[in-house]
Each structure stands twice: as structure tokens, then as C-alpha cells.
Design a binder for this molecule. Sequence first.
Ligand code: RTP
Ligand code: MG
Length: 172
Amino acid sequence: MRNLIFKYHFEERFSKRLLQKSIISQINIMAIERTLTILKPDCVRKELIGEVTQRIQQAGFSILAMKMTRLTADTAGGFYAVHKERPFYGELCEFMSSGACVPMILEKENAVADFRTLIGATNPEEADKGTIRADFAGSLGENIIHGSDSVENGKIEAAYFFAESDVVANIA
Ligand code: RTP
Ligand code: MG
């Protein structure tokens, strides 16, 4: 009998610990992240700010900071400095400074990868059906929206547009 009680307690504690472990590992996998997006000048010109923002929110992203601004060729060049040596760099800077844009800091579990999935491939012709770029972008050069490619770059990019004091705690 004592053995049975011991076995019961041992198994109960062991399975509880397993459950805790699996919950903790799920929490680790789905870390809360931030990403930086820009609704590019073609998005603003096509009057798609509302529709694209709605898709972002409906996909579960919280907007922590948002503004409308206009980049100069120099500030656009700084933002995309990683592409400085690429043949499309001049065209990219010209386009990104051709009109107003709307940068936002977004937050969600697994935000960086999930946002890249939501916007689709760089070239809208290769973007999956139902993604923002597939549905709204006109070309590779004018593809509606930017998304950070890593958490680290997201932080650098967020600081490019926003001060810490611009980031509001989302109470939704
Ligand atoms: P983004 O940074 O804007 O989110 O775009 P992305 O990660 O999907 O693509 P990336 O390689 O970072 O390129 C930045 C932007 O440059 C333009 N591009 N043009 N002509 C070309 O071959 C070419 N390749 C890229 C695109 O507008 C792209 O969004
Ligand atoms: Mg990129």
C-alpha cells in the first residue's frame, strides 16, 4: 500500500513537472518580439494606409509607435545602408524619399518572422496569395511595405525613427 501511495505521488509530481517544462518551453519558443515596419510611399499614394494597418492589427500585432514622415534621399540611404553596394540602391533611396511614409513599431509573439510571412516575398510576383505584397504591390521596387529581418535589426531600425519615449505601453 505504501508503495502504491509513493508511486502515485511520484507519478503525479513527475507529470506535473513535465507539464511545467513543456509550458516553459512553449513560452520560450514564442517570445514577445518587436519589429519595425514602414508603409512605403506607394502605400500612402495608393491610399492604402487604413487597409494595410487593419491587416496588421487583425494579424495580432500591437502598434506601439506610429507616425507619418518623409525621408530624404540621405535618410533613406542610411536606413538601407546594408544595400549600399547593390545596383538597386540609388533607385531604392529615390523611391523611399519620393513621398510620405508611415513607420511603426509593432509587437507580437514571434513578430519578426510572422510579419515577414504577413507581407510576403520581396518580389510581389513571388509573394504568396493573400499576403500584403501579393495583394497590393506593383513591382519589386515599389512593394508597399518594409519589415525588419531580425530582432536586432528591428531595434536599430526602430531607433532610426522613434525615441524610447515615443513607444507607448499597449493596453489593448
Ligand atoms: P524591405 O527591407 O523593404 O522589407 O524588403 P526586403 O527585406 O523584402 O528586401 P531587401 O533585400 O531588404 O531589399 C530592400 C528593398 O530593395 C528593393 N529591391 N530591389 N531591383 C532589385 O533587384 C531589388 N532587390 C530589392 C525592394 O524594394 C526591397 O524591398
Ligand atoms: Mg530588408
